[in-house]
Design a protein around this ligand. Structure first.
Ligand code: AMP
Length: 420
């Protein structure tokens, strides 16, 4: 397989699929440019080699072309970060894109308009009438799949080489993230640096695991994490369950959880997961005490209670001191750590202690040589809040993509390039 660090891009036109789906404010200013910065090493390497760049991305979830989600708003910032005047094609396919791509000289950069202005990017029909029959829906799906082939080919013909650096969309089998790869031979397609780093980090955790391996699963709901917990039970030594979802477990085993977050339809599932952990010899830690509040607010009256004896009218909003001590001890002695989801409502200063203690323990273990991967939106926000991002091994940029990868699923964007 071709790799970006060994490839010489000189004289090549390279189509780079990035994830520049950045948040914009009302005035269409970028409020967080992390996603653009994350792809810079790939873009700069190609330009340094003497190649030219065709940058493609989606922005938002447009149902059709719209000024608000045009990439022209992001263009000046990309030019600034790259230090090159970036050209713009007002459509990702068609005459303008073709002419500008054909005229690109080494060192020049072209940004294509939002890929998702075309339904073919995702390959899903749009604007289906509410009263459409099953046959009409099936025909619309077939039609867009057909036109997707043509669309993909048009994207591919713009360039000589294909680089995928969009880990955030690697779990989608879209035209520019996966299907396009078929149009390039094995020597002309590869992952960008960001994508390669993400893959390496997950594979270090899941395949090349140094033990003990501890996963900390927190966050709001168990329903969104069932598949990943299930998969992790096959490989972890310690599984820490924290956050809102831990009360579903407490209730499943007869606990009184007051008004804490609970998914009543997942009580049996919680029992099954505990059973599976036992069978697999996994040390499952559910916590013993909680920091409770009398309302869902930073200003709530606070107290501590056993997770199984939370008074009516109160709710568990973070782990308590005994649990912190227990979790920290396990984390500090781990050699591989995966963290997804806060242990409590860390957005409230009065309920951030558990999440902070976990973050600090991960940093300490990393310092002693453990490999730590932080992934999933809220644990990334938490590690940033506590200024510890540079003291862990890797902070993933991919939410859904990372979760699916950790669930053991094949990601189309990865498979399209390396075959598995
Ligand atoms: P998730 O996106 O599932 O990882 O959930 C993250 C969210 O879970 C954060 O916004 C937390 O505030 C929230 N959360 C964590 N613990 C609790 C809790 N005990 N009760 C309610 N929400 C919680």
């Amino acid at each position: 397989m071709q790799t970006i660090d060994h490839f010489d891009f000189s004289g090549k036109k390279t189509f780079v699929r990035v994830d520049f789906n950045v948040p914009l404010d009302e005035q269409l200013n970028i409020t967080d440019d992390t996603r653009i910065r994350s792809a810079l090493p790939t873009l700069k390497k190609i330009l340094k080699d003497g190649g030219s760049l065709i940058i493609a991305t989606h922005l938002g979830r447009p149902k059709k072309a719209s000024d608000k989600l045009s990439l022209k708003h992001v263009l000046p910032h990309i030019s600034k970060l790259l230090g090159v005047e970036v050209q713009f094609a007002n459509n990702c396919v068609g005459e303008d894109a073709e002419a500008k791509a054909a005229a690109l000289q080494p060192g020049e950069v072209l940004l294509l308009e939002n890929l998702r202005f075309h339904a073919e990017e995702e390959g899903k029909p749009r604007n289906i009438a509410d009263n459409a029959t099953d046959e009409e829906i099936a025909a619309a799906k077939k039609a867009v799949k057909e036109s997707q082939k043509e669309f993909t080919k048009k994207l591919a013909t713009l360039a000589d080489v294909y680089v995928n650096d969009a880990f955030g969309t690697a779990h989608r089998a879209h035209a520019s993230t996966a299907l396009i790869a078929e149009h390039f031979d094995a020597d002309s397609k590869m992952f960008g640096f960001l994508m390669q780093k993400e893959i390496n980090a997950v594979e270090k955790v899941m395949k090349d695991t140094e033990r003990p391996f501890t996963a900390i699963m927190g966050g709001a709901k168990v329903s969104s994490k069932i598949d990943i917990i299930n998969n992790l039970l096959d490989s972890v030594d310690n599984l820490i369950i924290a956050g809102g979802m831990s009360y579903t477990f407490a209730k499943a085993f007869g606990g009184k959880i007051g008004n804490s977050l609970v998914e009543d339809d997942k009580l049996d599932l919680a029992k099954e997961l505990v059973e599976k952990a036992k069978k697999k010899g996994v040390n499952l830690l559910l916590g013993t005490d909680a920091k409770i509040g009398d309302s869902f607010s930073n200003d709530a009256k606070t107290g501590f209670a056993s997770v199984k004896e939370i008074p009516d009218g109160w709710l568990g909003l973070d782990i308590g001191p005994d649990t912190i001590e227990e979790f920290v001890e396990v984390i500090k002695n781990s050699k591989t750590i995966l963290w997804n989801g806060p242990t409590g409502v860390f957005e409230f200063e009065n309920f951030e202690d558990g999440t902070r203690a976990v973050a600090e323990a991960i940093a300490e273990a990393t310092n002693k040589g453990a490999f730590s991967l932080i992934g999933g939106g809220d644990s990334v926000a938490a590690i940033n809040k506590f200024n510890l991002a540079d003291q862990v091994s890797y902070v993933s940029t991919g939410g859904g993509a990372l979760l699916e990868f950790m669930e053991g699923k094949e990601l189309p964007g990865i498979k399209a390039i390396r075959g598995y």
